[in-house]
Design a binder for this molecule. Structure first.
Ligand SMILES: [Zn+2]
Ligand SMILES: [Zn+2]
Length: 421
């Protein structure tokens, strides 16, 4: 058995894991490993809805003291409580993964409800996650389930990573730690997937109050302690918040240097500016040489059906679990929140199927808004948009938010790298 410190995700692993959580960093990011680890921790907290589950920030009040919570009353099976489907997950299902490591998070959020299913059937259980290509296993042993609230079980556990030379020795080591009568299912999981689970458990452990006395049964010199909570895809608000690391787009450090061509991108210095040029070039030229139109977007005004669809899409960036946050009918009068801040970003433009050709649908990657560009409000920009839509199958353009319903957009510069959404 080796020390858990050796089972940290590498910097490159973290970049891919984050990508699997929809957090897309620039391709050649120079953000240091420490910042990336912090970001992964924030992303895992968000995936477990920490801020809504524990409205008093556990770290600010000295950590979660489990002695203050009752045991899970089993009004809901753990498997159901652990299953948190969100609109974001539906986007996730349709994603293409260019690296196996990007599946680590989607697999983790499938695995946890599966474990819940096992737990509903047994009071105490083990789960073994095996990677037979490197003869490595993560063994997790589950103890008490606490009731944080009616919908949220917290399962206290301990765990160990076992790494051996061959299959037989690995099976022997697993048997040492898991009495046969309590052994749960064994799942195949790659070492990166195991490491992500270890990271989750060890970061969760840090949220526990030192005043909480661990039950004797949980203490085992061979194992570390952690807990699991329901987990699901990040909501869009978190995805956008967590996709930006610091100020300099490449390394995250403070910025002192502005791109002279567009006066928009800021960097820590010339080195990062030079290295980011491949990413920035297309936007830079669009800002500095393109023709920009000021436009006013609006909710689709013309049918009840479409306004329902608008409301459905807007809920995608809220938690489905949080009913209070679901917008009501009045949302059509409210401008969508600005999750992009002062950044330039891409939107997709489409002529809606079966609609009159006097509107163009405009939305961003995560559909934080889905609005229309109408001929009536934007006569000049509308012609430019139709002209472009007629030539391109899928039309993406750079925009910048200027006000509640106002954006600016450039039609005559096509982004160099077209997204796939
Ligand atoms: Zn930098
Ligand atoms: Zn520039």
């Amino acid at each position: 058995m080796s020390s858990l410190e050796q089972h940290n995700l590498s910097r490159d692993d973290i970049i891919h894991v984050l990508k699997g959580m929809n957090i897309d960093l620039v391709p050649n990011t120079k953000v240091n490993a420490a910042r990336l680890k912090t970001r992964l921790g924030e992303a895992l907290d968000a995936a477990q809805r920490f801020s809504t589950t524990f409205p008093d920030d556990p770290d600010a009040v000295g950590g979660i003291n489990l002695s203050n919570y009752p045991l899970w009353k089993k009004r809901t099976p753990v498997v159901d409580a652990f299953t948190r489907r969100t609109w974001a997950a539906i986007f996730q299902d349709n994603r293409e993964y260019e690296d196996q490591r990007q599946l680590a998070f989607p697999r983790l959020i499938q695995l946890i409800p599966d474990i819940g299913k096992d737990m509903d059937q047994k009071r105490i259980g083990y789960v073994v996650l095996k990677d037979m290509t490197v003869f490595r296993a993560l063994i997790i042993r589950f103890f008490s389930t606490f009731e944080i609230d009616e919908k949220t079980p917290l399962v206290l556990c301990n765990y160990a990573v076992v790494e051996e030379e061959d299959e037989e020795t690995l099976e022997d080591s697993i048997a040492d730690l898991t009495p046969e009568d309590q052994r749960g299912r064994a799942y195949p999981m790659t070492d990166v997937e195991q490491n992500l689970f270890v990271t989750l458990l060890s970061l969760n452990r840090k949220h526990l109050s030192p005043r909480f006395r661990l039950p004797a049964v949980v203490r085992d010199d061979r194992c570390d302690v952690g807990f699991i909570l329901p987990i699901g895809s990040l909501n869009m608000k978190d995805v956008i918040r967590l996709s930006k690391i610091g100020d300099c787009p490449l390394c995250g450090e403070e910025t002192h240097h502005t791109c002279k061509a567009c006066l928009s991108a800021r960097y820590c210095g010339r080195d990062c500016q030079r290295e980011d040029w491949r990413n920035h070039r297309s936007l830079c030229r669009t800002i500095s040489t393109g023709k920009w139109y000021n436009i006013t977007l609006e909710p689709n005004p013309f049918s009840a059906l479409m306004s329902r669809m608008y409301k459905t899409s807007i809920t995608r960036y809220y938690d489905d679990s949080d009913e209070n946050q679901s917008p009501g009918a009045e949302v059509l009068d409210e401008a969508p929140p600005n999750y992009h801040g002062d950044a330039y970003y891409l939107v997709k433009l489409q002529v809606p199927l079966g609609a009159d050709a006097n509107q163009v649908l405009v939305y961003d990657q995560f559909k934080t808004f889905e609005l229309h560009l109408s001929e009536a409000k934007n006569p000049e920009a509308f012609i430019a948009a139709l002209f472009a839509v007629a030539r391109e199958q899928k039309m993406y353009r750079w925009v910048h938010r200027e006000g509640e319903w106002e954006w600016k957009i450039c039609f005559d510069r096509i982004p160099e790298r077209l997204p796939t959404w």
